[in-house]
Design a protein around this ligand. Structure first.
Ligand SMILES: [Zn+2]
Length: 160
């Protein structure tokens, strides 16, 4: 897996791996990229609340407090518990999920998808992959707004 941002989670995972400690990661795993690298053996995962949006910045959680408490009381008891938060758009650029050298219009489109349409990190990675295919089909050399806009369309359906 590739964790974006979340330096505290990376650190906790290192400790868990080093000492073979159980670790519970609370958060939305759509903000982690699956790249074939395995999680530690004794890693557990849970959503922060039944709907999954409780700690995600800018997303709204529709859960009742009692439902959140019931949900959390079922968490396994691990030696390490850590919360995975939604990375900022800038962290996606810093960690090269979004190329640094793309033009501003392309960047703004992706930023809107991420911050306003609440695309996940995985969604953004998918949009870019599809956009590069569209670019190649157009014999283009640079990613243009139209490539991204079309690729966003293929994801946006799920966001309504
Ligand atoms: Zn919720």
């Amino acid at each position: 897996m590739q964790i974006i941002g979340n330096a505290h989670v990376k650190r906790a995972l290192e400790i868990a791996e080093k000492g073979n400690h159980s670790i519970l990661i609370i958060g939305n795993l759509t903000n982690v990229l699956q790249d074939g690298q395995p999680w530690p053996d004794d890693a557990w995962f849970s959503q922060p609340c039944p709907c999954g949006n409780f700690t995600a910045p800018k997303l709204s959680c529709s859960c009742l407090l009692e439902d959140i408490q019931r949900h959390r009381s079922a968490f396994p008891s691990c030696k390490i518990t850590i919360e995975l938060v939604r990375p900022t758009f800038n962290e996606l650029i810093q960690e090269k999920i979004i190329p640094k050298n793309i033009d501003d219009t392309v960047k703004r489109l992706l930023e809107t998808a991420y911050d306003k349409l609440f695309f996940t990190v995985q969604d953004i990675a998918h949009v870019l992959a599809v956009a590069y295919t569209i670019m190649a089909m157009d014999d283009g050399r640079n990613l243009e707004a139209q490539h991204i806009a079309e690729a966003i369309q293929y994801k946006a359906l799920l966001k309504k």
